[in-house]
Design a protein around this ligand. Sequence first.
Ligand SMILES: [Zn+2]
Length: 256
Amino acid sequence: MPTRNDIIDDILQRHLPAEAGAYVGHLLATRDVVLRVSRPRLTKLGDHRPPRPAHPVHRISINEDLNAYAFLTTLLHEIAHVEVWAKHVGRRRRPRPHGPEWKSEFAAILAPVVAAQWLPGDVASALESYMRNPAAMTCSDRGLVLALARYDTASASRHRVEDIPQGGLFRVANKKVFCRGRRVRTRYMCVEQTTGAEYRVHALAFAEPLAAAGITADRRTETAAEAGKGRGSVAGGRCCRRRAAAGRDVARSVCS
Ligand SMILES: [Zn+2]
């Protein structure tokens, strides 16, 4: 029966750039982690679950459809969560999930990967600029998301929500159809066409255009979108009213 380390080695061989396997293998071997590859999820690309009485080890899962560089970045993101948890367990104040403690750990774990030149130049420079500006180190760093997406075999010809014109209709991966409204920071207010419910859809989520510019949804949904009474959120898994049901939050690519 394969051991936990055998399973980890197999996953790393299949999903990581070959040069990075030994480094990441060492990080995982020195921490009590179970690594699993998950079917593609709409609301996240990876996650970390800390030990619980019923599962006394850290559990990390990464979506199986990520390209090697996105898989590596997402896995290191989750390992940084393991580090923060291990260093702060039992303390009264719990660090915020992506607060200063996590940013510091993530930068430290990433640094050897960037220095070793295991990544293509555009991904490495996106990561370098990401690390130079901790204030901007969010799960949705635009430069990093776009650099990683260049290596998605299926994404070259795919559209994103930000490519859809105002009032245009688009479909996301779970088949829901939306009318695109105004932009609010990193997301667009969008109205789901079956229910009229509003969602905030991430600007970088993949979208299939359904209508040419100027062809709009009915007036009721347009008006609702303009009013900006957002009730749901697609992306990031922070839906206020209903669980994110549509397009992947590409930004959260590196987020649990
Ligand atoms: Zn995270």
